[in-house]
Design a protein around this ligand. Sequence first.
Ligand SMILES: C[S@@+](CC[C@H](N)C(=O)[O-])C[C@H]1O[C@@H](n2cnc3c(N)ncnc32)[C@H](O)[C@@H]1O
Length: 305
Amino acid sequence: MTNKNEQAKEQPPVCDYEGSDYQSSFWDTGTRDYEDGVEAVALKRMLPDSGGELLLEVGAGAGRNTPRYEDFKRIVVMDYSVTQLEQAQERLGASDKYIYVAADVYRLHFVSGLFDSATMIRVLHHMSDAPASLKEIRRTQMPGALFILEYANKRNLKAIFRYLLKKQDWSPYTTEPIEFVDLNFNFHPKMIQNTLADIGYKLRKSLTVSHFRIGFLKRIFPTRFLVWLDSIFQFTAPIIKISPSIFTLSYADGDTPVAAKGSFFICPECKEDIEDTKENGVLTCSCGKKWEYKNGIFNFKQPIS
Ligand SMILES: C[S@@+](CC[C@H](N)C(=O)[O-])C[C@H]1O[C@@H](n2cnc3c(N)ncnc32)[C@H](O)[C@@H]1O
């Protein structure tokens, strides 16, 4: 029998957004225009002008960021929640450019070395085993592939002040993640940098983002001004990282596999390629496992048999 810790290691818990109104209640009210604006600036600074072939957007949610990847030929819009993907479909529309996949980032159903690009924005903070999720993304990327990762910074200015004023018992300086709410984690920049190096990424660039995510500043200053100010402060990353959010740009390093032409999905049970036949709304693996394809969404959350 496995104990609770061993089980958690095998299958880390998922912060489930199924049925969530995250997009409309968090982003569409207008109160987060500053955060959305500064993220757009950071992404633009990290994305290649020439785009790419195939991008994996991990935890895409309702597709808020997806239009920012328009220079890529194809985009896998991937999320654990089917309802988030349905919202993304409404936003992005039906097009061969988008491939919608419901799956758990800890168990990706893609062949190794498939993607030349990947992004993970506002998702790592839900990972109880961040290294395992990043390792699985790295597996799906070919050597030299680009990876843009956003993470919540534990060593942010507010946390430092709260700690010094004894209003917070955890230290922002220690490298282990802090779970401040159930399945919501902040990370120390050193821990993320070490993890990226350990699993085969070369860190090229960091940007500190969202320095002015403070209610009263957002109330008194126009959003455009704060976004402009943040866009200057983003370059302070090499000197000091005390913003609540950090963007990193890395490249897949090392002599790892490149996917064979035409292969795409694998079965996580037997690790064999699954043929993308979509017959009768079902993908069938040679091992007998079947996966649903319905209303344009590949559903790899659970096999249907
Ligand atoms: C805070 S939302 C961010 C959505 C989007 N990236 C954005 O910035 O607007 C986090 C997203 O991560 C997804 N997610 C959480 N855990 C996941 C997992 N284990 N595998 C795949 N997606 C996951 C959630 O379903 C949710 O859509």
